[in-house]
Design a protein around this ligand. Structure first.
Ligand code: NI
Length: 168
């Protein structure tokens, strides 16, 4: 296991559409393990492969209770249904020092593959639904700052240039 380097905006890999995974092999399982370790260490509740420089459709997440780790690894995940609306302040390990409210579906159904090569469907609501929508966006090169108003985006870009983003 190893801690991976997290790419931050404006790294080009974060803007790319990630490639579909053709083979679920040991290399991929190792990458998922390393991503989980990196996510827990950060700490974060989700991480997508492009954030560690791998342009692949792979995400890891643990949006549950902190005392009870429940790591989830999803390969080639797709949102196949979404309903309701919710919004909360989001942050991102690749956009350090900035948070903003983003509108998302309140409930989603995801279809994906697991590391042991099973195809699954997952229905999630509220906070976990927000986490998965945020992580799936990364696979299409979309950051949460791409989903906020132009005004808020300008505030972010200005702070980034001036180096006045809050440090964690
Ligand atoms: Ni993120």
């Amino acid at each position: 296991m190893s801690i991976l380097k997290i790419e931050t905006y404006p790294a080009p890999v974060l803007k790319q559409k990630a490639a579909t995974i053709e083979n679920i092999d040991d290399r991929l399982r190792q990458l998922a393990e390393d991503m989980l370790e990196t996510m827990y260490k950060a700490p974060g509740v989700g991480l997508a492969a492009p954030q560690v420089g791998e342009s692949l459709r792979l995400i890891v997440a643990d949006p549950g209770e902190i005392e009870k780790p429940e790591p989830i690894v999803l390969i080639n995940p797709q949102i196949i249904a979404g309903e309701g609306k919710t919004a909360m302040k989001e942050g991102c390990l690749s956009v350090p020092g900035f948070t903003a409210e983003v509108e998302r579906y309140q409930s989603i159904v995801i279809r994906a593959w697991t590391p042991d090569e099973k195809e699954i469907e997952l229905e999630v609501h509220d906070f976990p639904a927000i986490v998965f929508q945020h992580e799936l966006d990364h696979l299409d090169g979309i950051l949460f700052i791409d989903r906020i108003s132009r005004l808020k985006r300008n505030i972010y870009e200005r702070k980034l240039k001036k180096g006045t983003l809050e440090q964690d």
